[in-house]
Design a protein around this ligand. Structure first.
Ligand code: NAD
Length: 288
């Protein structure tokens, strides 16, 4: 079956599912061309916070993109969020069973020509399409941390209509984000794989007793001109999350060295998860 691309997209809303860390940032980027963004979250409070976030930053980001601030509304009714939307971006928690359920619901409830995109960091959409009748409209669209980190990975579900990828490659830059296509299925897409290798080797250098987190970060900053090093950045993400991500890569590639995971596990077991607990590779003062 071939998929009929959505038309009239400038006049139709974009729906974002999940109003958390990423959902609200995705909503912000799609609210830069004057159109409507609808945020769906079962938590009305999260939806409200997402709208406040978009309203706070919308004008500045829209002017940077050369557009105009759009409107954002939140709802706890999925069908209401989806009605008329040309694009739906899923940013719900990273649980495979939940994602499968969400895509089955989207397949049933979204407009027939709506593109269904997942922001999942670790699951390819090929794992969500079992209960989807039109997998040719399903695609991975993985954001980093917009508006500051505005690159986006695009990746086929294995069934995605080529025209869907081409449309997104053409349209996304208008919203101030920069799409890059993974040419085949890849855990971690493009940039996250490279970043994973940098984190892994930085951890290995410390696990091997060659250097310290502080020295690695200092060298990194001196040589790259960037403001933060890999250890400081891992502390910000959370060392439990960094360990989960590394475990996920190791499950697929058992040849990866164990030293980086053992080093992380030592911190996680001691409750030193980074900024959120007040201590990780660095000390941030206690948080109670
Ligand atoms: P989060 O926990 O901050 O937010 C998730 C939101 O989803 C919450 O507000 C929750 O109430 C809501 N939610 C729960 N069930 C829902 C449902 N059935 N329908 C709609 N909303 C629901 O999570 P996050 O960090 O924004 O991550 C969301 C997705 O984005 C994950 O797939 C993650 O892999 C991906 N991602 C996260 C990051 C990151 O740095 N946090 C970066 C790139 C991609």
């Amino acid at each position: 079956m071939t998929f009929t691309l959505p038309t009239d997209i400038d006049a139709r809303p974009v729906a974002v599912l999940g109003a958390g860390t990423l959902g609200r940032r995705i909503a912000l980027m799609f609210a830069t061309r004057g159109g409507q963004v609808r945020v769906y979250d079962p938590s009305a409070e999260a939806g409200k916070q997402a709208c406040a976030y978009v309203e706070e930053h919308g004008a500045e980001v829209a002017s940077r993109v050369g557009g105009a601030p759009g409107s954002v509304v939140s709802t706890t009714d999925l069908a209401e969020a989806l009605a008329g939307a040309w694009l739906v971006v899923e940013a719900v928690p990273e649980r495979l069973e939940l994602k499968k359920q969400v895509f089955a619901d989207l397949d049933r409830l979204a407009d027939a020509d709506a593109i269904l995109a997942s922001n999942s960091s670790s699951y390819p959409t090929s794992q969500f399409v079992d209960h989807v009748t039109r997998p040719e409209r399903v695609v991975n669209m993985h954001f980093y941390m917009p508006p500051a980190q505005a690159a986006v990975d695009l990746m086929s579900s294995g069934h995605t209509d080529r025209a869907v990828l081409d449309l997104l490659l053409e349209v996304l830059p208008r919203y101030g984000v920069f799409p890059f296509e993974a040419r085949r299925e890849s855990t971690g897409f493009i940039f996250n794989r490279i970043w994973a290798a940098i984190k892994r080797e930085a951890l290995a250098v410390v696990a091997d007793g060659v250097s310290t987190p502080e020295d690695v970060d200092r060298m990194w900053m001196i040589n790259t001109g960037l403001k933060g090093g890999p250890f400081r950045m891992m502390d910000q993400v959370g060392l439990d999350v960094v360990l989960d991500i590394e475990n996920h890569y190791a499950a697929e590639n058992p040849g990866l060295p164990t030293g980086p995971r053992e080093l992380l596990k030592g911190y996680v077991d001691a409750g030193h998860l980074g900024v959120k607990t007040g201590r990780g590779f660095y000390d941030y003062g206690t948080r109670d």
